[in-house]
Design a protein around this ligand. Structure first.
Ligand code: SF4
Length: 206
């Protein structure tokens, strides 16, 4: 704000005048200029930050906008025993997953994308199609590279002729995500182990 000397004197005079009136016992109404709160009248739900496995608790506030809810604020949940209301810089920026400066984040991928072999472009496909494709690929790979039994190796390092049940595939690997919660990681293990996958890793170790 640019202030001329005249503006400054006017404002100072008004301030001094008000101060003098108060000191003489006149009661002036208190007027505060405030911005309306973003979370005013917002619907608040608890959430979990999905950026890493610490799983900090969040409070997510949203307003109804047309037929959907628009997230207007994400902050730490003071009642969560993991973070007691604090969030790291990633967690504090969670809202940007959906919105940048109040507008829907144009880079957010909300639908399954498929890039065909030898193609350089991605196409949008339905969840049904995506899940079917994944299931087909897993089944084909698992069937083609299924190890039913292993040889039992003797002390001389040579096969003894005995076999031991293996039931695994070494053709599929699982790369876990730091965004998984404990429960998500548990389920991922269960699914992978039940498929016979033994190469199960976490991206933080790579
Ligand atoms: S990214 Fe930060 S705020 Fe989010 S769960 Fe991890 S430590 Fe907590």
């Amino acid at each position: 704000m640019d202030l001329t000397r005249k503006d400054f004197l006017k404002m100072s005079g008004a301030g001094l005048g008000a101060g003098a009136l108060v000191s003489l016992g006149f009661k002036l109404p208190a007027v505060a200029a405030t911005e309306p709160l973003r979370v005013a009248k917002a619907k608040e739900v608890t959430g979990v930050c999905s950026f890493c496995a610490v799983g900090c608790g969040t409070l997510v506030s949203s307003h109804e906008e047309g037929d959907h809810l628009k997230v207007v604020n994400v902050e730490g949940n003071p009642d969560c025993a993991i973070n007691f209301g604090t969030l790291c810089s990633k967690g504090a920026a969670t809202i940007q997953k959906s919105y940048i400066d109040g507008e829907l984040n144009p880079d957010r991928v909300t639908k399954p994308m498929y890039r065909a072999a030898n193609s350089s472009s991605w196409e949008e496909i339905s969840w049904d199609e995506a899940i079917k494709k994944i299931a087909q690929k897993v089944k084909e790979t698992r069937d083609a590279a299924w190890i039913k039994e292993d040889d039992v190796i003797g002390p001389d390092g040579k096969p003894t002729g005995q076999k031991v049940l293996a039931n695994r595939t070494e053709a599929i690997g699982s790369l876990g995500s730091a965004e998984l919660s404990n429960e998500g990681a548990y389920l991922l293990q269960k699914v992978m182990r039940s498929l016979g996958v033994v190469y199960i890793e976490h991206h933080a170790r790579l």
